[in-house]
Design a protein around this ligand. Structure first.
Ligand SMILES: Cc1cc2nc3c(=O)[nH]c(=O)nc-3n(C[C@H](O)[C@H](O)[C@H](O)COP(=O)(O)OP(=O)(O)OC[C@H]3O[C@@H](n4cnc5c(N)ncnc54)[C@H](O)[C@@H]3O)c2cc1C
Length: 480
């Protein structure tokens, strides 16, 4: 037995070393050793000792697949087209493979019950969970009346699931969060229209700073659309009725979240919807956040050239209405989509041209908002797997003498990504929240496509994950 295990280690090591070698831009090793000064890395056993061997193997295969040329770029599109128009037999065959690999790895299941079962190992580490029904819609869809009726049922279904998620989080009482995607709850066509209206209004103003002063389309964030002239001139009565209902549906969820003391995070999505999403999110914050507590969070994507403008806008609104800002900071998940969208329309890309600019923007806003946490003005979730950003944040926190377990500060990572970092942060006493996506396979295809793309070009964090999986597997084989 010992000889066999030695042989396995000897022959698999070079292959895994090749697979886990960081691919694109990387300062991973440097940042890892620096971050060691701030957080103690966990051992593979501490991070993954609880996982079944089957799950470790699946993790390795899925991440290797993500790094196989072509799979990340075309995998999602292939899956979508099979689901749209492929023969049933091929669809069942492909779904079978996807379920056993990337779906099983990046999603915690198809239902909430499966999610709860598959996240026990995270709970044992003291990680907070955030179950996310990962259905979403892409902009550019014009709906017929028939489609609108179907959409209505889909939105109600998404809202019911969210209510169930909030209730469970409240019953468990483990400080979990909830999260929503506005595109799963409102008609995209209306959001696009609302977005265009907000931007047109800002551009009309002679005041260059207009866009950070607030929303002159609805200065009180009243959502009283039928009474606001500008809304009446841009939307038909029927569209306004639907928009009102959609916003009311979102409001019902935020009200329940605030009442249950389960903070709800509103995700950032495509750029052409983001001003509309932010307007709705800030209106909800005005209603449910208090000067002490944030129950509703908005999200800023730092890969956007205007991310600092967005930060100014949301902090000003929070100050104007006197509530504690709830903010989740991400780099942004739609990079490839945004670039393609801009180049097809021959417009300037809203996304920074280089990753260094995105890093700079992320770290600058993060430092400023950590300072605001220490002043009692913001509740912050730093959603990132980037070790350099995590290191910077910890440095800031220590300079400000903030407690690691400050209740208004969390790190956030995605399910099955940077799990070793998640465990290390918990070990160092930080609060960490893990995004746990779930939903039927056909609904989560856009989410899976993004994870494949991200794990291809993520800053070496995939390599760290793979080497941890491998080391834990080898530990089990050699029975250390
Ligand atoms: C808890 C949580 C919640 C999230 N919520 C959202 C959300 O609401 N909306 C959303 O969009 N995303 C969301 N994400 C996804 C998030 O945007 C990605 O996970 C993130 O971009 C990965 O980056 P990173 O910070 O881990 O760092 P890294 O892996 O270091 O950076 C990779 C990121 O840098 C950016 N980038 C890469 N190449 C370039 C380039 N050439 N030029 C400019 N920028 C580049 C991209 O944003 C890319 O994803 C969430 C993630 C987590 C963990």
């Amino acid at each position: 037995m010992r000889t066999w295990s030695k042989l396995i280690v000897t022959y698999t090591k070079p292959l895994v070393a090749k697979l886990t070698k960081p691919r694109t831009y990387t300062h991973t090793e440097a940042s890892q050793s620096v971050s060691k000064a701030y957080i103690t890395p966990v051992t593979p056993k501490e991070a993954f000792g609880d996982l079944a061997t089957r799950d470790l193997l699946r993790g390795l295969v899925s991440l290797a697949l993500a790094r196989t040329p072509g799979v990340a770029t075309y995998g999602g599109k292939f899956l979508e087209s099979i689901h749209r128009s492929g023969p049933r037999i091929l669809k069942d065959f492909v779904d079978g493979i996807v379920r056993r690999t990337v779906f099983g790895h990046f999603c915690a299941g198809e239902t909430l019950d499966e999610c709860e079962r598959n996240t026990q190992h995270l709970r044992r580490l003291g990680v907070k969970c955030l179950f996310d029904y990962a259905a979403e819609r892409e902009p550019g869809t014009v709906l017929s009346e028939e489609d609108l009726r179907k959409e209505e049922a889909a939105k109600e279904y998404a809202a019911e699931l969210e209510i169930e998620t909030i209730r469970r989080a409240c019953q468990l009482g483990k400080g979990d969060f909830a999260c929503i995607k506005i595109t799963a709850l409102a008609v995209i066509e209306h959001l696009e229209k609302l977005n265009a209206m907000i931007i047109k209004d800002w551009k009309k103003s002679a005041d260059k700073e207009a866009s950070i002063r607030g929303y002159s389309v609805d200065p009180e964030l009243s959502f009283d659309f039928e009474k606001l002239e500008i809304f009446k001139s841009h939307f038909s009565d029927e569209e306004l009725r639907i928009l009102r209902n959609d916003v009311f549906r979102i409001q019902r969820l935020c009200a329940l979240a605030a009442e249950s003391r389960v903070p709800i995070l509103i995700d950032a999505e495509h750029y052409c919807l983001q001003d509309a999403i932010e307007y709705i999110a800030m209106g909800m914050q005005k209603r449910y956040n208090t000067p002490q507590e944030s129950y509703v969070f908005t999200t800023i994507q730092c890969y956007l050239k205007d991310s600092e403008r967005r930060e100014k806008l949301v902090t000003r609104i929070a100050e104007q209405f006197g509530f504690r800002l709830g903010l989740k900071l991400v780099r942004g998940a739609y990079l490839h989509y945004e670039r393609e969208y801009a180049s097809q329309r021959n417009i300037e890309s809203p996304v920074w041209n280089t990753i260094e600019e995105t890093h700079r923007s992320y770290n600058t806003i993060a430092s400023r908002e950590i300072a605001r946490v220490s002043q009692g003005k913001t509740s912050l979730i730093l959603a990132t797997h980037n070790l350099e950003s995590i290191r910077n944040a910890i440095k800031n926190i220590e300079q400000l003498n903030m407690r690691h377990d400050n209740e208004h500060f969390h790190f956030g990572q995605l399910y099955s990504m940077a799990d070793a970092t998640t465990a290390s942060l918990r070990k160092a006493g930080f609060q960490v929240v893990k995004y746990i996506p779930f939903g039927p396979l056909e609904e989560v295809i856009p989410y899976l496509s993004r994870r494949l793309l991200e794990n291809q070009d993520i800053l070496g964090s995939t390599s760290v994950d793979m080497s941890y999986f491998y080391k834990e597997l080898m530990r089990r084989i050699t029975r250390k």
